[in-house]
Design a protein around this ligand. Structure first.
Ligand SMILES: [Zn+2]
Ligand SMILES: [Zn+2]
Length: 193
């Protein structure tokens, strides 16, 4: 299969890669239906790099697809399910994972940054990193679930209330998603510049 590979500093290349296989009974294989380009991808590909990444990996950490194979212990999804991907992998057994803060996992990694990701046709992902989504949500919309989840978390932390004034610093794609998220919290007068 063809894949967008982080070849070397400043360079992504289309390369032929082997079809990935399940590495554990809890893995799933998905057929990628959509993958987006994040600002982090641009930083990874800058020279000098603005974000670390592993040379040789398939880039793309914002992606979604259809489950085509599941490990024998996978219960959360089935073949044929449409899923979104959480690209942050966690160990599940360190102190932070055990207290319910996997975002601080001592052994976390990231699909599409340090491990193979979604700029390709098929991807193997731990089943705990995929979440079922309705087939009525178009792939090009569903692929924004990862940045949207960051926005929802940030909006909850800021605790915006109706009538509050909010400044969003940075008007890129994530800024636009933040704008949508903040608006849904009740900010009614909006100026996007
Ligand atoms: Zn990203
Ligand atoms: Zn952990």
């Amino acid at each position: 299969m063809l894949a967008g590979v982080f070849e070397k500093t400043g360079s992504v290349a289309l390369q032929e890669k082997e079809m990935p296989t399940l590495k554990s009974d809890l893995d799933v294989k998905i057929k990628v239906l959509a993958a987006s380009i994040c600002g982090t991808d641009v930083h990874i590909l800058s020279d000098p790099p603005g974000h670390p990444a592993t040379t040789g990996i398939i880039q793309g950490h914002e992606y979604m697809g259809e489950v085509v194979e599941i490990g024998k212990n996978v219960k959360s999804v089935n073949i044929g399910d449409r899923v979104i991907v959480d690209p942050t992998t966690t160990c599940g057994s360190c102190y932070f994972c055990e207290i319910g803060k996997p975002n601080m996992c001592e052994h976390s990694s990231a699909l599409g940054i340090f491990l193979d990701g979604g700029w390709t046709s098929y991807s193997v992902v731990p089943s705990k990193n995929v979440f079922k989504i309705s087939k009525e949500v178009a792939p090009e919309i569903a692929v924004l679930a990862e940045p949207l989840s960051c926005v929802i978390h940030g909006s909850e932390r800021v605790n915006v209330q109706p009538g509050d004034s909010v400044v969003i610093v940075g008007g890129g794609s994530n800024g636009a998603v933040v704008y949508t998220g903040i608006k849904s919290c009740g900010c009614s007068k909006n100026h996007l510049c």
